[in-house]
Write a protein that binds this ligand. Structure first.
Ligand SMILES: Cc1cc2nc3c(=O)[nH]c(=O)nc-3n(C[C@H](O)[C@H](O)[C@H](O)COP(=O)(O)O)c2cc1C
Length: 221
């Protein structure tokens, strides 16, 4: 598999088999991804891999929390408070495409909430990682985190694995940082589900759209 193929094949998977992953494979992905470029070579990411009993305990805790309707102070605003066009429209479109794939209509808010809650079970994945960062790092370093995480997702494709990056965990930062023992000077960016794709999961039929280049590209020759 070459880079172009891995980039084209990567997509967010929201239904995994419980097939365990060889921990050496996971470790290799996590280590190799750190070849990502970073401004000033800061390498600002901190990564916690969660599997086995630790993962099971976190899933159980989240089930209980959601059942009790418990909320936490979010780590950050996931989206700008006012999301203008075209970004708002793109977000809406991918949400609608996903719920269409799984057959949950707009009016069925309860079913949509139930589906969304599967995020907090990592969509059944047997492995997950969390990415945290020092609180005093700014937007340039946060973009470095994205480079690392993209490497993880592409290397996972190469290893026959699938992923779903998950910023939804920023809504439960206390639970996550307690579970992984994050020191107070660091904050949570996101989680990521990692596993073998369950190809029978209807949500995995989704192929998200992309805006045409005319919307975001200019060539100044
Ligand atoms: C940083 C980041 C956080 C994301 N958080 C979530 C999430 O919490 N839940 C989810 O289902 N998808 C999440 N996604 C997946 C996006 O919805 C997805 O990347 C986008 O719709 C494009 O689809 P694709 O990844 O299949 O190409 C996240 C993606 C990124 C990059």
């Amino acid at each position: 598999m070459n880079v172009s193929e891995a980039v084209a094949a990567r997509r967010s998977v929201r239904g995994f088999l419980d097939t365990p992953i060889d921990s050496a494979v996971l470790q290799a992905i996590i280590t190799k991804a750190a070849r990502a470029a970073t401004g000033g070579n800061l390498q600002p990411w901190h990564i916690d891999l969660v599997t086995g009993e630790s993962l099971a305990a976190l899933k159980t805790e989240m089930t209980a929390k959601l059942w009790r309707g418990e909320t936490e102070e979010p780590a950050y605003d996931i989206y700008p408070k006012t999301l203008n066009a075209p970004y708002r429209d793109r977000r809406f479109a991918v949400g609608e495409a996903m719920y269409a794939a799984i057959g949950i209509p707009r009016e069925d808010k309860a079913a949509r909430r139930m589906w969304f809650a599967r995020n907090f079970q990592f969509f059944g994945a047997p492995a997950a990682l969390f990415c945290t960062v020092d609180r005093h790092m700014g937007p340039p370093q946060w973009s470095d985190l994205g480079m690392y995480l993209q490497n993880v997702m592409l290397l996972a494709v190469e290893a026959g694995l699938a992923t779903c990056a998950q910023e939804c965990w920023a809504v439960y930062p206390e639970t996550v940082t307690k579970a992984i023992g994050t020191p107070p000077e660091r904050m949570l960016f996101c989680g990521m589900a990692i596993g073998y794709e369950d190809t029978s999961e209807p949500a995995n039929q989704l192929r998200s759209a992309r805006a045409s280049e005319a919307e975001w590209f200019a060539h100044h020759g």
